[in-house]
Design a protein around this ligand. Structure first.
Ligand code: SF4
Ligand code: SF4
Length: 260
């Protein structure tokens, strides 16, 4: 369904506006999972319409020094990817949470009411993703192999149903109904760069003195990040913890030192 005549820049302009709107919702304390749904739907729609802003694919083309596929000169693509890493250092992983079409389709699939699987406390996904990142770099830089083409990212959004890799990514999307964001957490090379940035983010979800220690946020969190001891940068700002928290103001999106 991707319409080649529409420049991919349209998807990145949408991404910037969506990012700003979502950051505003978090900053003002008005973010809810219900309010996130239109952004998830719009981001998925842009993925199928213009195949942008599909951040891991842009990174893949950067590694391959592919000047044709990104729809923009490589310095512009590099600048865009670096800009969103800087934004993540300030606001957390809003890109992964609701802006990137790849994350959006998985988040939407996880809304399907099925029994959920996976150990949220596990560090295995982060370790696997780090290993995939090393292979991704070696394959791209050393052998000019497009690893994400094998995973089917492009074929899926282009609805290239005749290809085998389309079904690889379709399986990942279907899996995300029961496992939270399998691509983001186990595979995504751009996520591997954003996670360390998010772990140091200026603004992030923090408990305040109002917290009664009931643990409901931790039980609701699909990545184990609601535990204050977790420092893995795996918060996708999904809003499950704030929705589950029974105490107003106990869990807020704020800067360090402003938790009172
Ligand atoms: S539930 Fe977990 S992943 Fe979602 S916003 Fe809260 S801490 Fe982040
Ligand atoms: S759900 Fe709210 S009150 Fe309970 S532990 Fe988490 S932040 Fe504290």
């Amino acid at each position: 369904m991707v319409v080649e005549s529409i420049p991919q820049a349209a998807g990145f302009i949408y991404g910037l506006f969506a990012f700003a709107a979502l950051a505003g919702l978090w900053y003002s304390g008005r973010f809810t999972r219900r309010r996130a749904v239109p952004f998830l739907a719009a981001s998925a729609f842009f993925g199928f319409l213009v195949f942008a802003p599909v951040f891991p694919y842009q990174l893949q083309n950067l590694v391959l020094r592919n000047t044709a596929a990104p729809g923009s000169p490589l310095p512009v693509a590099l600048g865009g990817l670096l800009a969103f890493i800087v934004l993540t250092l300030v606001f957390g992983r809003i890109v992964c949470g609701q802006v990137c079409p790849v994350g959006a389709v998985q988040e939407l699939m996880h809304l399907v009411p099925t029994k959920k699987r996976g150990n949220p406390e596990s560090r295995v996904p982060v370790a696997v993703r780090a290993g995939v990142f090393v292979v991704f770099l070696a394959a791209g830089l050393g052998l000019s192999v497009n690893l994400l083409a094998l995973v089917g990212l492009s074929d899926f959004f282009h609805l290239a149903v005749a290809s085998v890799s389309f079904f690889v990514f379709l399986w990942i999307v279907l899996l995300s109904a029961v496992v939270y964001r399998p691509f983001c957490r186990y595979v995504c090379p751009y996520g591997a760069l954003l996670a360390p940035a998010a772990s140091k983010a200026l603004y992030r979800l923090r408990r305040t003195d109002a917290c009664i220690g009931c643990g409901k946020c931790e039980r609701a969190c699909p990545t184990g990040t609601a535990d204050p001891a977790a420092r893995l940068g795996e918060c996708y700002l999904c809003g499950r913890c704030t929705e589950a928290c029974p105490v107003a103001g106990a869990l807020t999106y704020t800067r360090a030192g402003r938790e009172e």
